[in-house]
Design a protein around this ligand. Structure first.
Ligand code: NIG
Ligand code: FE
Length: 429
């Protein structure tokens, strides 16, 4: 008999997103739908998923087992946000108005705004302030259904400041219900003190930053912003190769604003993901498919920058690229923590079908942080991370857009959000 300490009974729909990961091509339409579904977990792991008959035959609820009636709701795997810049100081609401006046993202950066203005605010902020703000953001993510997220450094750009940002996200990983995967992004842009000594900064990242991050075990991934005006393909290659030698897994901000050759580089280096990809070449698409590199698409940043252009998601799916979705949450290009809104934008602006977008935000997004064996789908043995949405069917997640439909969040088999509110823990007074 299977034991259970938490049971979700009689859900209108359970979207399991089960199957081999990553989902490619037409597999992205398969969401493993169960109507009138039952899910059980024990000690934080999923022990049963199926219909009522199977549940009654196989599962014994333990004493004190929590039972959630989901007869008015839809159950999905906890959402996985595989690309965020979670920890930073300050905010940049003025830049969004400057863009309404006609300035571009690059022009704002060249005039002293952009990433460097957040670097100044981040360096000036204390550990406690940064931690408090990041925790509030993570609370918001959890209430919107994100149970696992990636968090990049990249607004410190000195050894101490970068380590500080990674320590903050590591502390949150340990103290907050959500899981966080850390990425070192010291190569986000050149800090002002190295603006005329760019090669020296690249050398410093290789000789000091990366070994320190490794020594303290503060990140699993290393990322570089490979772009005109940021790091060239050669500089990105040198940084990422040195990180790979020390055992880091690789990511790349690639082809975001111009065709920089980042996708080709990601494939060459066997990166786990290439992110953004608005200007990816046809060859880049082929190479990502060939090497199984996840394409992390971030439609929230395109939307917020009012770009008319989006990455060629359909072409990527047809070519067999593992397509995934994330928020890109950051103070410049995507001040929004919502994966459900990202799913809606993927459908409305990039033409993904709801099933494709949901797989891209769950199991495929888990693949982009190499956690697809433990999260991203509702399958026996995986972490009991679920969201329960008050909607009549899953299409309402997109159709009734811009609304937080998440009613309950279960993380590691525990209810952490109930009626939209965080249980027993909130950074809000
Ligand atoms: O992913 N492209 C680089 N980094 C961020 C933007 C950072 C910022 O503007 O602060 C991005 O869009
Ligand atoms: Fe980003």
């Amino acid at each position: 008999m299977i034991k259970a300490d938490l049971v979700i009974k009689n859900a209108r729909q359970v979207l399991t997103c089960r199957g081999e990961a990553p989902k490619l091509r037409e597999q992205m339409m398969e969401i493993g739908l169960i109507t009138q579904g039952w899910v059980a977990s024990g000690r934080g792991k999923i022990t049963y998923v199926g219909d009522e008959k199977g549940y009654r035959a196989k599962v014994t609820p333990e004493e004190g087992c929590q039972v959630i009636d989901a007869s008015e709701a839809v159950v999905l795997p906890g959402l996985v946000d595989s690309h965020t810049h979670l920890v930073f100081g300050g905010s940049r609401e003025g830049e969004f108005v400057q863009r309404l006046w006609g300035m571009s993202y690059q022009e704002i950066a060249q005039s002293g705004g952009g990433i460097l203005s957040t670097v100044r605010a981040t360096r000036a902020a204390s550990y406690e302030e940064l931690l408090r703000d990041a925790r509030r953001r993570l609370d918001r993510m959890l209430r919107l259904g994100t149970t696992t997220c990636e968090a990049k450094s990249g607004y410190g750009l000195t050894v101490d400041d970068e380590l500080k940002l990674l320590r903050i996200s590591r502390e949150l990983h340990q103290s907050h219900p959500a899981d966080i995967v850390n990425t070192f992004l010291g190569a986000h842009t050149f800090p002002p003190e190295y603006i005329s000594r760019k090669e020296e900064y690249v050398d410093l990242i290789i000789s000091e930053f990366i070994p320190r991050v490794k020594e303290e075990g503060l990140a699993e991934f290393c990322d570089v912003f490979c772009e005109e005006g940021a790091f060239s393909v050669e500089q990105s290659r040198a940084i990422l190769e040195s990180a790979a030698q020390l055992g880091f897994k690789l990511k790349l901000h690639a082809d975001q604003l111009t065709h920089s050759g980042g996708a080709e580089l990601a494939a060459e280096l066997g990166a786990i993901s290439a992110d953004h990809l608005d200007y990816i070449s046809d060859r880049g698409v082929e190479l990502l498919a060939e090497k199984g590199v996840a394409a992390v698409l971030l439609p929230g940043s395109n939307f917020f920058l009012r770009l008319k252009r989006y990455p060629p998601a359909r072409r990527m799916i047809e070519a067999g690229v593992p397509v995934t979705l994330a928020t890109d949450f950051n103070p410049g290009t995507a001040m929004n923590e919502s994966m459900p809104l990202t799913i809606a934008l993927a459908c409305l602006e990039m033409g993904l079908f709801p099933e494709e977008a949901i797989n891209a935000a769950t199991i495929n997004s888990a693949y982009a942080v190499e956690l697809h064996k433990s999260v991203g789908s509702i399958e026996v043995g995986k972490k009991a991370d679920f969201i329960i949405c008050s909607i009549p069917n899953y299409l309402h997640l997109i159709y009734h857009w811009g609304i937080n439909h998440v009613h309950t969040v279960v993380k590691d088999g525990k209810i952490v959000v109930r009626e939209g509110k965080i249980v027993n823990q909130s950074s809000f007074p």
